[in-house]
Design a protein around this ligand. Structure first.
Ligand SMILES: Nc1ncnc2c1ncn2[C@@H]1O[C@H](COP(=O)(O)OP(=O)(O)OP(=O)(O)O)[C@@H](O)[C@H]1O
Ligand SMILES: [Mg+2]
Length: 331
């Protein structure tokens, strides 16, 4: 059974300005042992999709469509069932999460917490020595010495804290890990180490990994498939090497031509060579939402908003320029 399947997912925030349709009809699937990247500029809906999978959005948010985790629809789960699923079936490494560690509690206690919560405080596996051993094993697995269990967050570097976050995400052996910008705050060397670690864990434990980044080069390095989001929709989906080296959608092409400079916030917000900003989801232009910024738009792009269409084997794009001979698309 497919580990994660999003079917026509729509997510609308409620704000003082009115409804904000942040995600508009996303279809995606991810199997165990697979890696899927999600790319796109700031505000295109990546974190919103990620948070919806464990229902971590504000209560006032409206979710439409289905979020199937091992075939079970998350949108209909009771809070009790959700608590069981979080950590144990699926876990999230949040954007900027290393700052979310509790500063006054030791690392080991923080990793032990979900283990104790999910095993039940009375269970045999909750004996202090067993939990300590589990914490030490997790720390070692993410490349940290077990003695760091006694450290406080301020005693660790940014890269070490991000490893702790990955250890936390793995604490209850989930089958799905969602990593939202897991390396954005890290320098290039540490970033590469954290990415290698995630890739090893996927291979070793058969985890399904959904990784979010604005940086296509990071995703291409780690993920088999890549989804490019724009204005709340997937505009291109295909094998990573295809999407990065032979992009079909002009937006993907602009992103891949503009690998952001690490550590430069300006390049993150506006890829070089791409004029303007992504639209406000509450005020989308008619037609293809990308057409006002597109260098190759056609007259019909101002009126037609295309669905994803075949652009090659296992490759789709929502663009008038996505054309492949029918026999090639069927291969
Ligand atoms: N609680 C909220 N209420 C109203 N609008 C929201 C809320 N949270 C996010 N949004 C809007 O939804 C859109 C998608 O936001 P989201 O955080 O998913 O983007 P993102 O792709 O993860 O961006 P980034 O790369 O900056 O992390 C944005 O336009 C944002 O302003
Ligand atoms: Mg985000």
């Amino acid at each position: 059974m497919t580990l994660l399947e999003l079917r026509d997912l729509t997510i609308t925030y409620t704000s003082a300005r009115g409804p904000v349709p942040a995600v508009r009809g996303v279809n995606l699937s991810l199997d165990a042992g697979q890696t899927l990247g999600m790319a796109g500029e700031s505000g295109c809906g990546k974190s919103t999709v990620a948070m919806s999978i464990l229902r971590l959005l504000p209560r006032s948010t409206t979710i439409g469509g289905q979020i199937l985790l091992d075939g079970e629809d998350v949108t209909g789960m009771s809070w009790g069932r959700l608590r069981a699923v979080r950590w144990a079936a699926a876990s999230v490494v949040f954007q900027g999460a290393m700052h979310a560690l509790n500063p006054v509690r030791r690392i080991g206690e923080q990793i032990a917490e979900p283990i104790l919560l999910h095993n039940g405080a009375g269970a045999a596996s909750s004996r202090q020595s067993d939990v300590d051993r589990a914490v030490a094993e997790l720390l070692e697995r993410v490349g940290l010495p077990a003695r760091h269990a006694r450290a406080y967050p301020h005693e660790l570097s940014g890269g070490q804290k991000q490893r702790v976050m990955i250890a936390l995400a793995l604490a209850c052996s989930p089958r799905l890990v969602i990593a939202d910008e897991p390396t954005t705050a890290l320098d290039v060397m540490v970033q590469a180490q954290v990415l290698d670690l995630l890739a090893e864990l996927v291979a070793e434990r058969g985890i399904g990994l959904m990784m979010i980044s604005h940086d296509l080069s990071v995703l291409a390095q780690t993920c088999q498939r890549l989804a490019v989001m724009y204005a709340g929709r997937i505009v291109e989906l295909g094998p990573s090497h295809q999407v990065t080296t032979a992009p079909v959608h002009p937006y993907s092409a602009a992103l891949s031509a503009a690998f952001p400079t690490v550590g430069d916030p300006a390049s993150r917000m506006a890829p070089r060579g791409l004029p303007g900003d992504p639209p406000d989801p509450a005020d989308l232009p008619g037609g293809c939402p990308f057409h006002p910024r597109c260098g190759v738009s056609q007259p019909e792009c101002a009126t037609q908003d295309l669905q994803l269409r075949p652009a090659g084997p296992e490759h789709t794009a929502a663009c008038v320029h996505a054309h492949v001979p029918a026999q090639e698309a069927a291969r």
